[in-house]
Design a protein around this ligand. Structure first.
Ligand SMILES: Nc1ncnc2c1ncn2[C@@H]1O[C@H](COP(=O)(O)OP(=O)(O)OP(=O)(O)O)[C@@H](O)[C@H]1O
Length: 255
C-alpha cells in the first residue's frame, strides 16, 4: 500500500462512546462508604448491580499523522480508551469507527509463549501485530541483535528475567510498520542503558506509523513521541490540545 493510500483512510472516530463494567460481586456496604476521589472511573451504585462507568461520552476524531498522548490519574480511563480505539472493546453506548490496521501494544508480554524460544517468540509476536511471515523473516536478525540476548534467544522464554522479556518484546514491537499504533507504557522493567537505546527505535516506529495514541505517566516520553494530548478524568475527556498546554493544565490540577 502506498503512503497516500494509507494517509487517506487511516482514522479513528468515536461519537458519544461509553464503556461500562457491571460488577456482579461488589460489596454494597463498602461501596456506600466510598468517598469520591480523584482516582478511578465513576461508580453508579444506584442500580441493583453497581456499574463502573470506565468511559463516558467520548467523542473523538483522529486522522493520519495524529500523535496523541493520553494523561490522567490512575483509573481515569486511559487503558480502557486504548482498548476502545483498538476495537477490543465495543462501546456500551455510542459508536466507534476504526479505519486502519491496528497494532495494540498494551502488554508487552501478550502473545508470548513461555515454552518456545526467544527467536520463535519474535516470529509469533510479529504475526500477532499484523506483520507477514516474510516481513518477519527479513527482520528477525536485526531484532535479535537489538535485544543483545545472544545465546539466550535459543532458550525457552520461561528462562528469561522480566527485563529480558521486555527487551525481546520491545525489539519486536519497534520493528513493525503499523497504520495505527496504540501504546501503553510498560517499559519500566528494562535497565537505563537499554531504555536509552530503545528511545531511538521507538521514535522511528512512531514516525513510520500512521497514527499514534500513547498512554503514559512520563512527561519525558510524551514529549519525545507526541505533539498533542488528551487529559482523561473519571472516564471523560477533560481537555484536548497541544501537548504542553494539556500537560501544564494537568500538572496544575495536581496531576
Ligand atoms: N475489566 C474491568 N472490569 C471492571 N472495571 C474495570 C475494568 N477495566 C477497567 N476498569 C475500571 O475502569 C476505570 C478506568 O480504568 P483504566 O484501566 O482505563 O484506567 P487508566 O487510566 O489506564 O489507569 P492507570 O493509569 O492506573 O493504568 C477504573 O475505575 C477501573 O476500575
Amino acid at each position: 500500500m502506498t503512503v497516500t493510500e494509507t494517509a487517506r483512510h487511516v482514522s479513528i472516530s468515536t461519537e458519544g462512546a461509553c464503556v461500562d463494567f457491571p460488577i456482579f460481586d461488589a460489596k454494597s456496604r463498602s461501596l456506600k462508604k466510598t468517598v469520591a476521589g480523584l482516582v478511578g472511573g465513576n461508580i453508579d451504585s444506584g442500580a441493583k448491580v453497581p456499574i463502573i462507568e470506565a468511559l463516558k461520552d467520548i467523542t473523538l476524531h483522529l486522522e493520519h499523522g495524529a500523535r496523541v498522548g493520553l494523561v490522567g490519574h490512575n483509573g481515569a480511563g486511559k487503558s480502557t480508551l486504548l482498548r476502545l480505539l483498538s476495537g477490543i472493546y465495543e462501546p456500551t453506548r455510542g459508536r466507534a469507527a476504526i479505519n486502519g490496521r491496528v497494532a495494540p501494544v498494551f502488554d508487552l508480554g501478550v502473545g508470548m509463549d513461555p515454552e518456545i524460544s526467544g527467536l520463535e517468540n519474535i516470529m509469533i509476536r510479529g504475526l500477532f501485530l499484523g506483520m507477514t511471515r516474510k516481513q518477519m523473516e527479513s527482520r528477525v536478525d536485526d531484532i535479535a541483535d537489538f535485544t543483545e540476548l545472544g545465546d539466550f534467544l535459543r532458550m525457552p522464554l520461561r528462562t528469561y528475567s522480566t527485563g529480558m522479556r521486555v527487551r525481546l518484546a520491545l525489539g519486536v514491537v519497534t520493528s513493525i510498520d503499523p497504520e495505527i499504533l496504540l501504546l501503553d507504557e510498560g517499559i519500566g522493567a528494562v535497565d537505563a542503558a537499554f531504555l536509552e537505546k530503545s528511545k531511538k527505535r521507538l521514535s522511528e516506529l512512531v514516525e513510520r506509523s500512521g497514527l499514534l495514541v500513547f498512554a503514559s505517566h512520563s512527561d519525558e516520553f510524551l514529549r519525545e513521541l507526541c505533539d498533542t494530548a488528551l487529559w482523561m478524568e473519571h472516564g471523560q475527556i477533560k481537555q484536548q490540545g497541544p501537548l504542553e498546554d494539556v500537560l501544564r493544565a494537568y500538572k496544575g490540577a495536581g496531576g
